[in-house]
Design a protein around this ligand. Structure first.
Ligand SMILES: CC(=O)[C@@H](O)[C@H](O)COP(=O)(O)O
Ligand SMILES: NCC(=O)COP(=O)(O)O
Length: 258
């Protein structure tokens, strides 16, 4: 199983102080040493963590392939075409969200996505689409001439955290998921089933399948064991653990679980 380490969260820490430290670029050699297969970053429209300068330095100097997540905004796509990462993953973005809340709607945004995919391909950038695990989106993805899809695992991760973590006891509790354990169990099974079914469908349509969002040391194996998923992109949980264990150990511990 390939592991892409999302290093946005290092820039989140830097931005908390608005200084130059820690620099996400410094993480790359450690990621490589620890066995990561890819670096993932998200150049958000609001530049809340990764900035253009970070993306430029990372795309130019990274010893690992770079997977650059971005919205389908035309200005952003033009920037990504100049940055030339190995892969661009198109994701939905809302200014007010704390983190990505779901997958791209490939049907409602078909023409804009199609144009973005064409421009990226003209610049020899492979394209992935970050989508919810549902049949309609997989079918739409297969019409868009992309090599990869990345299945959004956030719904699964949120249910898992409400069921097995202490999230429901904190002020970060997900109000929409304040259900009985029985109801959460049913939802978790449904979420896993959807990811499995979506993977199977995508493989039938010859798409490479990645997955990510909210995956951590507790919930990852249910996803990494799904046949057909080739790559996971994981950020927040690895960087959070690295505060206590160091980045190299945090990545190695994650790799061992996959
Ligand atoms: C698309 C996705 O799941 C990741 O990019 C994740 O949302 C990271 O973005 P943030 O670091 O801004 O939360
Ligand atoms: N695309 C998912 C990703 O890059 C990592 O998301 P997270 O682990 O930070 O939630």
């Amino acid at each position: 199983m390939l592991l892409g380490v999302n290093i946005d969260h290092i820039a989140v820490l830097r931005e908390a102080r608005k200084i130059n430290d820690p620099n996400p670029l410094d993480a790359i050699s450690i990621c490589k040493l620890a066995g990561a297969d890819q670096i993932t970053i998200h150049l958000r429209e609001d530049r809340r963590h990764i900035h253009d300068e970070d993306a430029q330095a990372i795309c130019k100097l990274s010893a690992l392939p770079v997977n650059l997540e971005c919205s389908i905004n035309e200005e952003i796509i033009d920037i990504v075409c100049k940055l030339k990462p190995l892969r661009a993953t198109l994701v939905p973005e809302k200014r007010e969200e704390v983190t990505t809340e779901g997958g791209l709607d490939l049907i409602a945004n078909y023409d804009r996505i199609n144009n973005a995919v064409k421009k990226l391909h003209e610049n020899e950038i492979e394209v992935s689409l970050f989508i919810d695990p549902c049949k309609e989106m997989i079918e739409a993805a297969s019409k868009l001439d992309v090599q990869w899809i990345e299945l959004h695992t956030g719904t699964y991760a949120n249910i898992f955290a409400m069921l097995y973590g202490n999230l429901s006891n904190t002020h970060h509790s997900i109000k929409e998921l304040e259900l009985s354990r029985k109801q959460l169990n049913t939802l978790l099974l449904k979420a896993k089933k959807e990811i499995k079914k979506a993977t199977k469908k995508a493989k039938e349509l010859d798409l490479k399948v990645a997955a990510g969002h909210g995956l951590n040391y507790q919930n990852v194996q249910e996803i990494s064991s799904i046949k057909g998923i080739e790559e996971l992109n994981i950020g927040q949980s690895i960087i959070a653990r690295s505060v206590f264990t160091g980045l190299e150990k945090a990545i190695k511990e994650m790799k061992e679980l996959l």
